[in-house]
Write a protein that binds this ligand. Structure first.
Ligand code: NAP
Ligand code: GDD
Length: 383
């Protein structure tokens, strides 16, 4: 008998990688998807199966974390062995603009799932993974951060996720449910949403070297994050639910890097050196040199001549509109527990992550006619 998984947030970065991973493991995967006026399944279209077909291993349901009756009905229909609650309004900056909705979806949404499992008498059958976050550490109380580090959330997103974390622990303790938190540090990939900083950078760097964009505007360049690859992190989610005993785990690489250094690494990946000068809002990134053979190989010889004229010009500016009212300056995780208990080891380091994202975005930008016309698509906002 195949195991049955229900993934909320299946159309997101992690949902896409996790569903592919579970299907390969022989699971039948059910996904909760929001109704949208446009298709929003781009990340999972390669897994799509015609609903007329029998024995499908990917089945989608319309649903929303703010609608408890709908969540309860889906769980009743699906009778899942495992629920991965990945759905969330996941952008920290946007959560300052939409605090109430964020609390409802990211905080109370988790309660709705736990309570549905309890009311449907599935507490012994269904295991639950809650997508908790390193944002809980916020104004960090300890370096590096581990499972016992006190939380200090710094955004409406993180405060909502704090509720979700503790309600998961509470249902585990009160009702004996197999409910666990994965405290995941930032994880990225070619599928990362375009307004998170790494993807914003790899898209912008690709467009700059292809001559489609002059410069990019960013916020706090000194923020430091522990960045891993989403493909490694979804394996940890699955491992957490395979344990006999539920528990909470930090998933991280143990290495932290500033936004400024991520920018440098993204340019280096295509043979371009960028030098930063100035401070605060006046800090600027200048193109200082080009490794012509690397550029030719990774971007294309045909783009080299015009890009050489860019030496000495600005490619990165700071715009305070991207600053957050309260910022998380430093995150660095200690994954000792997940390595020893789960046996989890990441396969990607930061250079491999940057390479994967840059290779994908250079090719994507070459193909994207809309962007060639100067459109920014999702970049109109200060995210
Ligand atoms: P993501 O790409 O932003 O995906 C979020 C998913 O949630 C999308 O499928 C989205 O649907 C769905 N969603 C949003 N609001 C919803 C609602 N009210 N009801 C139902 N579905 C809703 O996020 P991700 O990077 O894959 O992250 C997955 C989870 O891990 C999130 O909970 C995030 O907060 C958490 N997390 C992420 C990281 C990270 O670095 N990526 C680290 C720690 C924790 P649409 O496609 O329709 O928008
Ligand atoms: N988005 C964005 N845009 N961030 C910028 C920019 C910019 O132009 N410039 C600088 N940053 C800084 C942010 O201020 C933050 O300190 C850092 O880059 C990372 O920002 P994001 O990539 O937006 O991610 P995040 O760390 O705020 O949140 C992500 O990781 C969390 C785990 O720690 C999200 O995926 C959350 O859902 C997740 O919980």
């Amino acid at each position: 008998m195949s195991k049955i998984a229900l993934i909320t947030g299946i159309t997101g970065q992690d949902g896409a990688y996790l569903s592919e991973y579970l299907i390969k493991k022989g699971y039948i995967v059910h996904g909760m998807k929001r109704r949208s006026s446009l298709f929003n399944t781009e990340r999972i279209d390669h897994l799509y199966q015609d609903p007329h077909r029998e024995n499908r291993n990917l089945i989608l349901h319309y649903g929303d974390l703010t609608d408890s009756m709908n969540i309860t009905r889906i769980i009743q229909e699906v009778q899942p062995d495992e629920i991965y609650n990945l759905a969330a309004m996941s952008h920290v900056k946007v959560s300052f603009d939409m605090p109430e909705y964020t609390a409802n979806a990211d905080g109370v949404g988790t309660l709705r799932i736990l309570e549905a499992v309890r009311l449907l008498d599935l507490t012994k059958k269904t295991r639950i993974y809650q997508a908790s976050t390193s944002e809980l550490y916020g104004l960090v109380q300890e370096i590096p951060q581990k499972e016992t580090t006190p939380f200090y959330p710094r955004s409406p997103y993180a405060v909502a996720k704090l509720y979700a974390y503790w309600i998961t622990v509470n249902y585990r303790e009160a009702y004996g449910m197999h409910a666990s938190n994965g405290i995941l540090f930032n994880h990225e990939s070619p599928l990362r949403g375009e307004t998170f900083v790494t993807r914003k950078i790899t898209r912008a760097v690709s467009r700059i070297v292809l001559g489609m964009q002059e410069k990019t505007y960013l916020g706090n360049l000194s923020a430091q994050r522990d960045w891993g690859h989403a493909k490694d992190y979804i394996r940890a989610m699955h491992l957490i639910l395979q344990q006999d005993t539920p528990s909470d785990y930090v998933i991280a690489t143990g290495i932290t890097t500033s936004v400024r250094d991520f920018i440098k690494k993204a340019f280096e990946e295509v043979g371009v050196e960028v030098e930063f000068k100035g401070e605060g809002v006046d800090e600027k990134g200048f193109i200082s040199s080009i490794d012509t053979s690397k550029f030719g190989e990774r971007v294309g010889q045909e783009y080299l001549e015009s890009f050489q004229k860019r030496i000495g010009t600005e490619a990165v500016n700071v715009d305070p509109a991207y600053f957050r009212p309260t910022e998380v300056e430093l995150l660095i995780g200690d994954p000792t527990k997940s390595k020893t208990v789960l046996g989890w080891e990441p396969k990607y380091d930061l250079p491999a992550l940057v390479k994967d994202m840059m290779q994908s975005d250079v090719e994507l930008m070459k193909k994207d006619a809309f962007l060639k016309d100067g459109g920014y698509r999702t970049m109109n906002y200060f995210e």
